[in-house]
Design a protein around this ligand. Structure first.
Ligand SMILES: [Zn+2]
Ligand SMILES: [Zn+2]
Length: 217
């Protein structure tokens, strides 16, 4: 599978999907029409993640499950790039998507730890959704209304049906905005999902993300 380099460049520059998700389309014209049905089979991806996580020692596994995402590449599920890399920061275990994230994580230790706490809270909040909704919310990961707001960061995500499609919001406060322009909301959700899918596959080309930015708070 071919993964576009422009995306990696953008990813490494922004590190967080916050900036990435909305900046990326500007670069899209560099490449011929981006093919998004390129075999991102969610079941296969989930099996790959499970196999990678299964290699962790039991105690680490529980902590990686609680954290669920990499603090440096926060749209990347732990396990999506192989067995997560454990580092200790101020005596606390932190799991990273890959060894390429190590230096940056250590250099910005405080931010990394605070990001990890946020990821844990968000994961716990998403886990309160009905089981069938959790993978849908995770495919989306961010609110389409409050830019860059992670689902779960403001409590259990709010689910809406817009034109028959499920949409998740970070909070009730985003509901009017989402309903007010259903088409734009759905388009934003699609855009976010595509960027997420790419982030989770950024190893398919050999690993080349270098992390230029500190994690945001
Ligand atoms: Zn990484
Ligand atoms: Zn909200």
């Amino acid at each position: 599978m071919k993964v576009n380099r422009w995306f990696h460049a953008v990813l490494s520059a922004g590190a967080l999907a916050v900036a990435v998700v909305f900046a990326a389309p500007a670069f899209a014209q560099d490449k011929p029409a981006h093919n998004h049905q390129e075999g991102h089979d969610p079941k296969q991806a989930a099996a790959k993640i499970e196999a990678a996580l299964a290699k962790l020692p039991k105690a680490d596994r529980a902590q990686a499950d609680a954290q669920r995402y990499c603090p440096m590449m926060d749209a990347v599920r732990l396990g999506a790039m192989g067995t997560p890399v454990k580092v200790m920061i101020d005596g606390k275990p932190v799991f990273l998507c890959c060894s390429g994230c190590k230096d940056e994580a250590a250099e910005h230790g405080k931010e990394t730890l605070s990001k990890v706490e946020k990821l844990k809270k968000a994961a716990a909040a998403v886990a309160k959704l009905p089981a069938a909704d959790q993978p849908l919310a995770e495919a989306q990961l961010f609110c389409p209304i409050a830019k860059g707001s992670r689902l779960g960061s403001m409590g259990t995500p709010v689910k809406l049906m817009l034109e028959g499609k499920p949409v998740f919001l970070c909070c009730k406060g985003c509901e009017d905005g989402a309903r007010g322009n259903a088409k734009a909301t759905l388009a934003k959700v699609d855009e976010i999902k595509k960027e997420n899918a790419h982030a989770a596959h950024h190893d398919d080309n050999g690993h080349e993300h270098k992390h230029g930015a500190a994690p945001k708070k």
